[in-house]
Design a protein around this ligand. Structure first.
Ligand code: 5GP
Length: 171
């Protein structure tokens, strides 16, 4: 099934460039650590780091959410932890999409317990109409309606991550 295009590759590239400038202007000064939530954020992360003109380190957090393919339960397992300490670092947590917000809430609690100097969140996509809890998303690429989206790192059954655009899957 071919997804219906929502954001083209060119539109995404323009927005990521803007986000990088916004993040650089608004994060506390000094070096940062960007934490990429795997797998969905890996394509976004690769472009975002190159749009932030600042000294940084990158790290990766593997997570698995329980629930069915399209509904998060908020129960998250860390399948692969960070390889570095984030204590006293200015951390930006980079997610693919904030849907109910439960995953982001869980990860914020885990990371803030490690004593970062600051902790902010960035999501490529946000579905505000689906939010189940109040969780801060400090930087958002695009707001999307309540539809299942794929591409640019986001999957459906592990497929479509390599699409250069973001699209909606409708059966
Ligand atoms: P939340 O805990 O905010 O409900 O959902 C978090 C995770 O669910 C996201 O990181 C993502 O992996 C998955 N997810 C939520 N909505 C979508 C969607 O529309 N498309 C895809 N591919 N994944 C989604």
């Amino acid at each position: 099934m071919k997804p219906i295009e929502l954001f083209s590759a060119a539109t995404i590239a323009r927005r990521v460039t803007e986000l990088g400038k916004q993040i650089d202007a608004q994060m506390p000064p000094g070096p940062m650590t960007l934490v990429c939530v795997l797998k969905g954020a890996f394509v976004f992360m690769a472009d975002l780091v190159r749009a932030i003109p600042r000294q940084m380190t990158c790290d990766f957090l593997g997570v698995r959410s329980y629930g069915d393919a399209t509904l998060s339960s908020g129960v998250v397992e860390i399948t692969s932890d960070l390889g570095t300490t984030i204590t006293d670092r200015n951390v930006l947590l980079v997610e693919d999409i904030a849907d109910t917000g439960l995953t982001l809430r869980y990860l914020l609690d885990v990371l803030s317990a490690r004593g970062p100097a600051s902790l902010r969140t960035c999501a490529l996509l946000s579905k505000p109409s689906r939010r189940a809890i109040d969780v801060p998303v400090d930087f958002v690429g695009f707001e999307v309606p309540d539809e299942f989206v794929v591409g640019y790192g986001l999957d459906a059954g592990q497929l479509y991550r390599n699409l250069p655009y973001i699209g909606v899957l409708r059966s």
